[in-house]
Ligand binder design. Sequence first.
Ligand code: BYC
Ligand code: FE
Ligand code: FE
Length: 471
Amino acid sequence: MAIDYNERIPNNVELSENRRLQRALEAWQPAYLDWWKELGPVGTLNYDVYLRTAISVEANGWANFGYVRMPDYRWGIFLAKPVEGRTIPFGDHKGEPVWNEVPGEYRAALRRLIVTQGDTEPAAVEQQRLLGQTCPSLYDLRNLFQLNVEEGRHCWAMVYLLHAYFGRDGREEAEAMLERHSGDAEKPRILGAFNEKTADWLSYYMFSFFTDRDGKYQLASLAESGFDPLARTCQFMLTEEAHHMFVGESGVMRIVERACQLMRDHKTDEVRKFGGIDLATLQKYINFHFSVSLDLFGQEISTNAANYFTQGLKGRFHETKIEDDHKLRDATWPVHQLVDGRIVPVDQPALIAVNERLRQDYINDCQRGLNRWNKVIQSYGIDYEFRLPHRAFNRRIGTFGDVNVTPDGKVITEEVWQRSKGAWLPSDDDRGFIATLMQPVIEPGKIAGWIAPPPRGINGMPFEYEYVRFN
Ligand code: BYC
Ligand code: FE
Ligand code: FE
């Protein structure tokens, strides 16, 4: 399973044994590189960045760090090793051997899932393309680029599946992947959150915490798939995703740390005048990114999701660790619904509620992260606590898409919403203030005033290390 870096497209799928596929992917490669140069991180074609590159899919395969000129990054195709004798873990086909080809009757559904997943990856790169110009430190800049190249690779992961298993329409979908663009009025990205702007580093850390975490949960569900190539590809992508969420969580944590230092030193909550980001503003960004990311889990009641499950295409989080029949024939799940103007959980057939179940797993995981941020605030003896807003707050998709709900979960009128939303979501003023902080700091060892330095650097290097060289 070693990765062959002598190939034009590094891979561990013996690409050279399949000439037709190899040629198809080599034909797509220049389009990808053109896209990267046009819509990837701006102005970086001459940068040398201290990046991590996978050399194998084994646990120690990540130990490879070195300077890479970014457009020369070796994007490739890496699948986790097949599990011998693996059977389909859920749905009507539970217990049957996994598929190594696409079952004809599920072709359209699988293609749709793969296209939706793939579409988010280059979208995130597009959203983040300007951030390099305002980095708070070289350490942060390097992490941004590490995430960018890996999201690019995730796009490759899905494009490989499309090319290898879906014939001509797969090739067409692979091309379309580079034709839709984040925020494009004519050809937008498929899912809402991927058309929002990631205009500043606070938004970026929140995005990496909340939206990459949707990635974790979606990939984990797809990693259970009965279509083994999809499962194996997602399995390996998850190892990269862990670092993305670390970047988000630790980024926000360092902003919180800095805010608390300023509060302590100046004995005030209003740290903006000292160049920090106040906790109340951070709460608004939490409200925004959490609610936008909840939409990514789809409808609360979804027959699509039920079909994906029954057909063995997309499972639940940690499917094999759940103790039940894995078919959801009689099970129920509490789904929040609007009943007489109040939001209450109502038991529904678990099968049509798998989106909602995954959303619940996600919410629990977000809460654990918030608890760690709150610990930092506590450690300064400050009486303030971040809270996740109610799941119905600020939603566009699903049951709550057309009601107005407070962060506490109270249903309100449009008028009250319009009057209050500035207190709950980042206002133009807030965004304007954050924009004033976005001044680049690119001297090794230096850092912007609104964020604390990380406790340690990358791969045992000190924070002062020259993580990016500009040539
Ligand atoms: N926006 O039955 P439902 C990542 C539509 S993030 C717009 O729930 P479905 C990453 C839906 O299309 C992970 N439309 O739908 C993170 C459908 O439309 P039609 C990305 C939406 O499709 C950071 C209708 O509503 N991976 O990797 O079964 C950086 C019915 O709804 C939305 C995946 O998403 C929305 N949010 O479920 C980089 C995994 N939600 O048919 C990367 C693959 C729903 O009525 N995708 N609609 O016209 C899926 O599993 C599913 O497509 C979804 C939605 C769970 C997203
Ligand atoms: Fe990704
Ligand atoms: Fe990610």
